[in-house]
Design a protein around this ligand. Structure first.
Ligand code: NAD
Length: 430
């Protein structure tokens, strides 16, 4: 998997198949060249603090027992407990977990959250599990991880193949063993058991906030801005409808089966999100049908890829006709495409800033849980807005220091600087 980075600068250098870990390490090296930092700290950051590998036996519904492999990679906790998702997917691997954990470290630092990065999961296709099997697998996986997770140690969250219900099972399994209700062990729970209002919408909301700010930065009046959004799921649908309500003109949206385009603007409030109705985009009337590939090359002011990774590649980067790209999905831009956009002068606002609303509201959820408080939706959204604006200002300052520093590099510089300073103050023990 090759995910977004602005290196190598020479497009011909792109490795054909780059793992998440290789990408994360390369991005670290690239950001380190832009800062005057201790190479010993950079060396430490290339390695996870710990990787827990566990076997998870599951009694299938037919009475047979199957053993699955699970991981929890904990990258760096210099600024606080580890934080990151748990995914259930057949491609989960130790290296992928480490690479994704590193990204969580940078993302938390960019948002100035007192967390380090983690990621984990089970090597399983969740579609092959019944609901009961998924619950049993989750409870046993929680037990296997019990020594390494906890509200002050490592706080998992939903990711691919897991959801609010899964987090509820983890919280219950952990709490039963601890002998007390411990909501702060996971985030992304249903609000009735300690989840936060606004958590599910938060990544899309942060994408919308950053899009609004970047439009202002580049003197695009939002009411005259055209936007194309790939992926009408949790991130894409929330970003599109918020931007629509703030006056932007959403001219195209898509799902896995294709998209719809109306240069006059779509009424996004009339389209249900993927989660509510998976075929909703296809049933929009009075709009031109387009493919996902066509959506990516529309002549628009802002392109928001918010579906899956690696959709902007060497093959289509020269055809992209947007003035600005805001990454809603994780890693939608390959490094070659990133280099092409840089050469073409198309700003790319990176995922670790734009969709960081998710981990930010997870932090709010954790704060509510450990303090036994409940915030209103208004408070959550106000605090998210404030955190996103601060992060955007920090990244803007780093970007303006040097005209050659891309938005992606500037974002990594902001995060890495905080982590390196924390390592420097804490030192190496013993
Ligand atoms: P989702 O499942 O809710 O929605 C995904 C959308 O993308 C759907 O509309 C689906 O039809 C569409 N899609 C799927 N495959 C596609 C393809 N091959 N081509 C075009 N469209 C396709 O997912 P989501 O939660 O909105 O996540 C989207 C992206 O955002 C992912 O990269 C995810 O990692 C990232 N992200 C999600 C969160 C979160 O908390 N939901 C937080 C940060 C980042």
């Amino acid at each position: 998997m090759a995910t977004g980075a602005s290196v190598p600068k020479d497009a011909t250098e792109e490795p054909s198949e780059e793992s998440a870990l290789e990408t994360a390490r390369r991005q670290l090296d690239q950001a380190a060249t832009l800062l005057d930092i201790d190479p010993n700290v950079v060396e430490r950051l290339k390695h996870p603090q710990r990787v827990e590998r566990v076997s998870v036996p599951l009694e299938r519904d037919d009475g047979s027992v199957e053993v699955f492999t699970g991981y929890r990679a904990q990258h760096d906790s210099v600024r606080g407990p580890f934080k990151g998702g748990l995914r259930y997917h057949p491609d989960v691997s130790e290296d992928e977990c480490i690479g994704l954990a590193m990204w969580m470290t940078w993302k938390c630092a960019v948002m100035d959250l007192p967390f380090g990065g983690a990621k984990g999961g089970v090597v399983v296709d969740p579609k092959t599990l019944s609901d009961e099997e998924k619950e049993r697998l989750t409870r046993r996986f929680t037990q296997e991880l019990r020594d390494v997770i906890g509200p002050m140690d490592d706080i998992p969250a939903p990711d691919m193949g897991t959801d609010a219900e899964t987090m509820g099972w983890i919280m219950d399994a952990y709490s039963m063993q601890e002998g007390e209700t411990t909501p702060g062990v996971v985030t992304g729970k249903p609000p009735v058991i300690g989840g936060s209002y606004g958590r599910a919408e938060a990544p899309g909301r942060s994408v919308a906030i950053i899009t609004r700010e970047v439009c202002e930065y580049y003197d695009h009046d939002l009411s005259e801005t055209t936007v194309a959004v790939q992926g009408f799921g949790s991130v894409g649908a929330n970003a599109a409808s918020l931007l629509d309500s703030w006056g932007a003109n959403i001219v195209a949206v898509s799902d896995v089966d294709g998209g719809v385009y109306d240069p006059e603007g779509l009424d996004t409030s009339a389209i249900k999100s993927h989660g509510e109705q998976p075929t909703a985009v296809g049933s929009v009337e009075d709009a031109e049908r387009i493919s996902n590939e066509e959506l990516l090359t529309l002549d628009v002011d802002v392109l928001i890829p918010a579906a899956i990774g690696n959709v902007l590649t060497e093959a289509n980067a020269h055809d992209v006709d947007a003035s600005i790209i805001v990454e809603g999905a994780n890693g939608p831009t390959t490094s070659t495409a990133d280099a092409i956009f840089e050469q073409r002068g198309i700003p790319v606002i990176p995922d670790i800033l734009a969709n960081a609303g998710g981990v930010t509201v997870s932090y709010f959820e954790w704060l509510q849980d450990i303090n036994r408080q409940g915030w209103t939706l208004e408070r959550v959204n106000e605090e998210l807005e404030s955190r996103m604006l601060t992060a955007w200002e920090n990244v803007q300052e780093a970007h303006e220091l040097d005209a050659d520093v891309s938005w992606r590099d500037a974002t990594y510089v902001v995060g890495l600087q905080r982590i390196v300073e924390a390592h420097t103050y804490r030192g190496l023990w013993p």
